[in-house]
Design a protein around this ligand. Structure first.
Ligand code: NAD
Ligand code: UDP
Length: 389
């Protein structure tokens, strides 16, 4: 329930009610952001997306205390003349819309580049021309590979944070060759970041750029064959959840040696709310948002998810819980990977005083509890149906 007491920002000033144009509001991050804003603030949301399944529970009329503060507009921003009007009606635009599943980057590189660069252009333009603030969602993937990944495997320098820690204002962006189409997404996101930044520098656009580092939690992506295509390949959380639900081994791409830091979606959303409500501290900045304390290899993630899921479901783990697959087999030609992703937190700490709270074990526990409750029965049904040949 939204509090009726006056909310104040980090500098003690009262926060005005905002109208927020949220593009991609029907996705994973958007659904959590809408929930947080409706529950804890008085802001209004114009929610734009092609889908609304993940925010349906927020759109029910009348009974909910926030009725009237969220309006859904089914819009594909590729071609809809209503976009500029909705941005003009708002104080702030948040752009989350994107193709952002790695399985698409090398298999649908054109769609990936159009979605992450071309389709975002009018949003930046309308914000700049109409003097509206923009929070644009980029990605940690703009850093690409670490400098350390080019050192010999046994080099002691690999242990030196200077060779792997990712800093917004200092780290280079290191991508693979053009044939490695995996980098189509990172490159498109980098160029739109540069455009947003340039609009700020040359035309005074008030902007904030967010670089999420593997935000995970309930409602992320889809479970193939249940609420998404059977042949679809979602991000790792949903891939591993799907295998656990089906009692199949978890597939480790190229040995599962890549490292990631995972942050709980609810922690990350707190950072976004701070950006929304503290423009004077957030404007002009690029923020890493992740949890440097939750680093694991993908193999360790698989082992941990297997253990947590056994607790949650009450079913013992498989004797052989993982299986190795090559990236070519799993993702096809042109895949490549980020080796390691640890966010430097200096800037977000200094500007917004934000820190993530939830440990990897705890976030997996709540997320897999959700996955089990939401999907276990549906998976049983799907698996009991005869397969058509
Ligand atoms: P998501 O796929 O769940 O959400 C994206 C939403 O955008 C979807 O609901 C989709 O329908 C919508 N969308 C896409 N194209 C659209 C269009 N043309 N018109 C209208 N709506 C459109 O992804 P997410 O995880 O919520 O990610 C949101 C943003 O954060 C993306 O920009 C993504 O690149 C970035 N990001 C997320 C993560 C993460 O950890 N989840 C990591 C890095 C970057
Ligand atoms: N991965 C894996 N098995 C899967 C899905 C993903 O080993 O079933 C690996 C993938 O190769 C990458 C990591 O898990 O190294 C994270 O993948 P994700 O799809 O979450 O996206 P990324 O972090 O690369 O953006």
């Amino acid at each position: 329930m939204a509090s009726s007491t006056v909310r104040v920002d980090l500098d003690g000033k009262p926060i005005n009610q905002l109208t927020i144009c949220m593009i991609g509001a029907g996705g994973f991050i958007g659904s959590h952001l809408c929930e947080k804003i409706l529950n804890e603030t008085q802001h209004k949301i114009l929610a734009l997306d092609v889908y609304n399944d993940k925010i349906k529970h927020l759109l029910e009329p009348d009974s909910l205390s926030w009725a009237g503060r969220i309006q859904f507009h089914r819009i594909n921003i590729k071609h809809d003349s209503r976009l500029e009007g909705l941005i003009k009606m708002s104080d702030l635009t948040i752009n989350l819309a994107a193709i952002c599943t790695p399985a698409d980057y090398n298999t649908r590189p054109l769609d990936t580049i159009y979605s992450n660069f071309v389709d975002a252009l009018p949003v930046v333009k309308y914000c700049s021309e109409n003097g509206k603030r923009l929070i644009h969602f980029s990605t940690c993937e703009v850093y690409g590979k670490t400098i350390g990944s080019f050192l010999p495997k046994d080099s002691p320098l690999r242990q030196d944070p200077a060779y792997y820690m990712l800093k917004e204002d200092a780290s280079p962006c290191i991508f693979g060759s053009i044939e490695k189409q995996r980098w189509s997404y990172a490159c498109a996101k980098q160029l739109i970041e540069r455009l947003v930044y340039a609009e700020g520098a040359e035309n005074g656009l008030e902007f904030t750029i967010v670089r999420p580092f593997n935000w995970i939690g309930p409602r992320m992506d889809f479970i193939p064959g249940v609420d998404g295509p059977s042949e679809g390949v979602p991000r790792v959380l949903a891939c591993f959840s799907n295998a656990l639900l089906r009692r199949e081994p978890l597939k480790l791409v190229d040995g599962g040696e890549s490292q990631r830091t995972f942050v709980y979606i609810k922690d990350a959303i707190e950072a976004v709310l701070l950006m929304i409500e503290n423009p004077s501290r957030a404007n002009g900045h690029i923020f890493n948002v992740g949890n440097p304390n939750n680093e694991v290899t993908v193999r360790q993630l698989a082992e941990m998810m297997t253990a947590v899921y056994a607790n949650v479901s009450g079913e013992p783990a498989l004797e052989k819980p993982t299986v190795d697959v090559s990236s070519k087999e799993f993702y096809g030609e042109g895949y490549d990977d980020s080796d390691k992703r640890i966010p430097d937190m200096t800037i977000i700490n200094r500007q917004l005083g934000w820190n993530p709270k939830t440990s990897l074990w705890d976030l997996l526990d709540s997320t897999l509890t959700y996955q089990h409750k939401t999907y276990a029965e549906a998976i049983k049904k799907v698996m009991s149906q005869p397969t058509t040949s």
